[in-house]
Design a protein around this ligand. Structure first.
Ligand SMILES: Nc1ncnc2c1ncn2[C@@H]1O[C@H](COP(=O)(O)OP(=O)(O)OP(=O)(O)O)[C@@H](O)[C@H]1O
Length: 280
């Protein structure tokens, strides 16, 4: 992995090949994330999405290809938001300490400064610090826990936020609120994001461009609305059919607007009726 600070892209992945044993799972994957841009990586279960995320994080060694990250000076240029928010948080720590932890590990600032930064981040992700600073993960709803996880990921000012199915374990109405938060962060702080999901409807809400991963290969990529309105590959068409409530292609591109939780089209796994929670 090397630094590409001189390019406008925050992440450049070229011809990545990753395998387990004698099996190749990612076969020549290339993807770029522009600074301040949000890119979706979509594919069905088993297509290699999590392997891709693990490889970007350095947890899986590629057989060949390159991963270049413009770190912007960050010690940990890539921060991750996981699918299951509750289990991704330390159950023994209070929310404020969880959010402050990346700064604590780096020894950045005084404890008071770190806690102040964590308080600001909690507010920024929509959690009142007076109410949530001392909360343990087990007392949080899924949406609240995912907000804590997003705050923790952002406090160290990463060059890239890597989200692996960040809303697929959440209730439908909560999904829209968390997606709205990510869209706000993208627009307001110029967050660069790689958003991994099996669901094109969700990716459409957040990603400017999308790459479609099928059995370890990118079969189609481009501007999200163009890919959705005129899919070139049969696999993309199948993914679109698997997302029956995808808003009509004639609807204005929603990627730069906030998501309406009422008209939000939930992904297929949560298609059934569910009570509207009063809170995340
Ligand atoms: N540690 C491993 N050892 C061997 N094979 C693995 C390992 N991890 C994943 N695989 C295989 O690699 C392929 C891609 O898995 P991966 O988890 O990357 O897909 P995915 O698109 O993230 O799927 P899902 O959405 O179900 O998590 C699958 O066939 C999987 O069985």
């Amino acid at each position: 992995m090397s630094d590409v600070a001189s390019t406008p892209d925050v992440l450049i992945v070229s011809n990545l090949v990753v395998g387990y044993g004698d099996r190749v799972v990612l076969d020549g994957v290339s993807i770029n994330v522009p600074k301040g841009g949000s890119v979706g990586l979509v594919g069905e279960s088993g297509s290699g999405k999590s392997t891709f995320a693990r490889t970007i994080l350095g947890l899986q060694k590629p057989r060949s290809g390159s991963i270049n990250i413009a770190s912007g000076g960050a010690d940990h240029p890539v921060q991750m938001v996981f699918q299951d928010p509750i289990s991704s948080l330390n159950p023994h720590r209070a929310a404020l300490d969880i959010v402050a932890e990346p700064l604590t590990i780096r020894g950045e600032g005084t404890m008071r400064q770190r806690r102040e930064s964590a308080r600001e981040l909690l507010s920024r992700v929509g959690l009142d610090p007076h109410r949530f600073a001392d909360a343990r993960p087990s007392t949080l709803s899924g949406g609240q826990a995912q907000r804590v996880a997003i705050a923790r990921a952002l406090i160290a000012r990463p060059a890239l936020l890597l989200c692996d199915e960040p809303v697929s374990s959440l209730d439908v109405s909560v999904q829209a609120r968390v997606l709205n938060l990510l869209a706000e962060l993208r627009d307001e702080i110029g967050l660069s994001m790689l958003f991994i999901s099996h669901d094109l409807a969700v990716v459409r809400m957040i990603a400017d461009s999308v790459a479609v991963l099928c059995e370890g290969q990118i079969v189609e990529s481009g501007d999200t609305e163009s890919v959705i309105s005129a899919p070139q590959h049969e696999y993309t068409r199948q993914l679109l059919e698997a997302a029956p409530r995808l808003p009509g292609a004639s609807r204005p591109a929603p990627t730069s607007t906030l998501i309406d939780p009422v008209n939000f089209s939930p992904p297929a796994p949560f298609a059934g009726p569910s009570p509207e929670p009063k809170d995340d």
